[in-house]
Design a protein around this ligand. Structure first.
Ligand code: ATP
Ligand code: MG
Length: 724
């Protein structure tokens, strides 16, 4: 047996108390960077080593697949061995595993597929059309929000009382139709994974008792962001002799908008027998200045359980605040600093660019590309969500399950094979009338010879193609199968015919998909699946957690939401402006504003050594120029922790170097005739954006960032710029 002291090394007294706590229910409540995740990892090792728990009796739940993989790695390192048999994953991943094991009791086909949010939207759009509803009035996005919300509350259509509200009745009717379509096609969306699995445990005593007998130790990270259905699921999984340890931070609850219930922390204390609370207060991540600034910021919230972090570490550098004059300048500033960091020997992996919403990444990406700095995006532009990748996956899904309607819809006429909207409508109608899937309806229509000759031929070709793809490739290793499917389906040829860089990128992505299948190892918990099915689940579950080019040194880009739990030596928070962060929608409601402030706290506490906060005085959004004030969050950080930085060389500001007031900006517009951020066309250099200007009259010059030609200063009088 390993010496207990090894497991307690590198922990402070409070952390040790948590790691070595007697078996029982425990809450570890503590602020950012105080070692909660570290405690969880050591606790698992402690259970294995000192309490002699079998790995088989332990389940740990993390918020992302990336975190789960990291946890496994850390436990393996601590234990110098494996923790085979342990359940370790996200709520979604674990529920998926459970549904696979009990698909019959869960009333699912053996080969059920996961419907990701994009496919869900597609399916809803189709249903909205089929019900003759106007999609402008009944947007698919809102339908998804309604349905997912109800599922998160554990509600099936039969449980919902609309009180004759005509609007809600429509949503409910869509929920019903949607669920029927999913059930028919063997599709399970993300919320359904949780709800189904919850119902499975609730309604099947023997299954519930099996898991309750098995799992003696359940550990949950980031507990503040669990929702109702996850809490209910945990309560069913944890039997009378189960020991549950949860760790969390009420100040980092940032998914309220998605139904997370920070109250679950109190519910835990109420519902789980004799639960004790352990507080950690020492922060090991950030310098004193960063930590104190974050403490001061979060103190502006009223809804808090109240705790304050301290650090023994150095004060460190001040937080650098940069006032950019537009979003391009902001991007250039951040990228310039990253470049300097690298030139001084820093690694790019240690730098993170955090933003409030995904769309903000584009400008940053462009600046990074221009400087030749590799970068990686978490979330957002996910590899597995790219069009061509999804096309290829849809073929693979059909091979694995012909009744997958979402995949059928996606590729029945991709590449084009003459199956038009009319034929498709006929198939959809037939499917609806017969309660069949699109595939089944197609086969029936062909048998009954009801389709016109050309349509029938085209459809038959598709059916035969899919069948042949399976017959020809089912014996091959997964990566060869994938390669063959991409070629023989005609996808590759289709994208090869498209011209330009975008098409090239698509082909590279298809090739990358083959690489991904080649590198893919069926994880232990999915050994019951065929490699293809395991890979498809992996693609659906792990999309967006950045496995595309994992080993290259790269700047890390992500939303502040995705940054939760992570840490980086150098962090940039960009777009910290009123109307952006807090976002315009949330700044009015107190509850939402406090959640935004918690998000700001999460962002700041990702930084270990250096934090930059930037905002742009002018920002182009949806094609319109907007003037923003610095965020109130900046004002809430005491100035003793902050230094304002200026960039001299790159941006020569007209007039004084002070901030623009709006009127000053307008005066400056008049002198060149152009606006900052305005799109212009140049006869030789093509399209570009005005990013700076100086001088007046005949001397006035504008600086333009051209799409292909880089950044140039031009004399306004001669430049022949046309506004676009
Ligand atoms: P978050 O709230 O952001 O999820 P956390 O509370 O989970 O943070 P960890 O990620 O576990 O915090 O720890 C933060 C950092 O501090 C990590 O780099 C960790 O290795 C380090 N750390 C934690 N405890 C100690 C300790 N006792 N001694 C030295 N370093 C520690
Ligand atoms: Mg953590």
């Amino acid at each position: 047996m390993m010496d207990a002291s090894l497991l307690l090394d590198g922990l402070n007294d409070k952390q040790r108390e948590a790691v070595a706590a007697p078996l029982g229910n425990h809450l570890v409540l503590a602020g950012a960077g105080s070692g909660k995740t570290r405690v969880l990892v050591h606790r698992i090792a402690w259970l294995l080593q000192i309490e002699q728990a079998s790995p088989y009796s332990i389940m740990s739940v993390t918020f992302t697949n990336k975190a789960a993989a990291e946890m496994r790695g850390r436990i393996n390192a601590l234990m110098q061995g494996s923790c085979a048999g342990m359940w370790n994953g996200t709520f979604h991943g674990l529920c998926h595993r459970m549904l696979r094991a009990h698909y019959l009791d869960a009333r699912l086909p053996e080969d059920f597929n996961i419907l990701d949010s994009d496919d869900q939207m597609r399916l809803l759009r189709r249903l909205i059309k089929a019900q003759n509803l106007d999609e402008k009035q009944w947007p698919a996005r809102q339908a998804a929000w309604y349905i997912n919300g109800k599922k998160d509350e554990g509600l099936r259509p039969n449980h919902i009382e609309t009180f004759n509200d005509p609007v809600e009745q429509v949503w409910l009717q869509l929920y019903r139709a949607y669920q029927e379509a999913c059930d028919r096609a063997g599709l399970v969306d993300f919320a359904e994974l949780l709800l189904r699995s919850f119902e499975l445990l609730r309604d099947n005593k023997h299954i519930r008792e099996h898991y309750q007998a098995r799992f003696k130790h359940i550990l949950v990270d980031e507990f503040q962001d669990t929702n109702n259905i996850q809490f209910a699921w945990l309560r069913l999984m944890a039997g009378p002799d189960c020991h549950v340890m949860i760790v969390g931070d009420d100040d980092q609850s940032i998914y309220g908008w998605r139904g997370a219930q920070v109250e679950n922390i109190q519910r835990f204390l109420r519902d789980f027998h004799n639960a004790s609370t352990i507080f950690l207060e020492q922060n090991y991540r950030s310098t004193g200045n960063i930590l104190n600034a974050a403490n001061e910021l979060i103190a502006h919230n009223n809804e808090r359980m109240g705790k304050r972090l301290w650090t023994e570490g150095a004060e460190g550098e001040l937080i650098s605040l940069y006032s950019a004059f537009n979003e391009l300048d902001e991007a250039r500033f951040a990228v310039g600093k990253i470049k300097a960091w690298r030139d001084q020997g820093g690694t790019l992996n240690d730098t993170a660019l955090l933003y409030r919403s995904n769309a903000q990444s584009r400008v940053l990406e462009e600046a990074l590309i221009q400087e030749g700095l590799p970068y990686r995006i978490y979330g957002g532009m996910r590899f597995f969500e790219r069009q061509e990748v999804k096309d290829a996956l849809a073929y693979l899904r059909l091979l694995s399950n012909r009744n997958d309607d979402a995949s059928f819809e996606r590729v029945v006429n991709t590449p084009a094979r003459g199956i038009g909207d009319r034929t498709l409508d006929t198939i959809r109608m037939a499917a609806r009338d017969r309660g069949a899937t699109l595939w089944q309806a197609s086969v029936a229509l062909l048998d009954e010879q009801v389709l016109a000759g050309r349509a029938a031929n085209a459809l038959r070709r598709f059916i035969e193609l899919v069948n042949a793809l399976e017959d020809d490739t089912c014996e091959l290793p997964l990566f060869q199968q994938t390669d063959e499917v991409i070629r023989n389906s005609g996808l590759r040829a289709m994208y090869e015919q498209e011209k330009g860089e975008k098409a090239q990128a698509r082909i590279e992505n298809l090739e990358e998909l083959v690489t991904a299948t080649r590198q893919f190892e069926v994880p232990e918990e999915a050994e019951d699946l065929s490699p293809l099915a395991a890979f498809l689940s992996h693609a659906a579950l792990e999309a967006g957690e950045g496995q595309a080019d994992e080993f290259e040194d790269a700047v890390q880009l992500m939303t502040m939401h995705s940054a939760k739990g992570l840490e980086f030596p150098v962090v940039f928070m960009v777009g910290v402006e009123e109307g952006m962060f807090p976002s315009a929608r949330t700044s009015e409601e107190v509850g939402r504003l406090e959640e935004e402030r918690r998000l700001c706290y999460v962002g700041m506490t990702r930084a270990m050594q250096k934090l930059y906060i930037t905002y742009a005085e002018m920002r182009r959004l949806y094609g319109k120029d907007n003037f923003h004030k610095p965020s109130r969050f900046i004002r809430e950080i005491p100035s003793e922790f902050v230094e304002e930085v200026r960039m001299k060389a790159q941006v020569s500001r007209p007039a004084s170097s002070g901030r623009f007031s709006q009127t000053q900006v307008n005066e400056n517009f008049n002198q060149t005739g152009f606006n900052l951020g305005q799109r212009v066309m140049h006869p030789k250099f093509g399209e570009g954006t005005i990013i700076n200007f100086e001088g007046s009259g005949a001397q006035s010059r504008v600086q333009v960032a051209f799409n292909g030609e880089g950044i140039k200063w031009l004399v306004t009088q001669y430049a022949k710029l046309e506004p676009m």
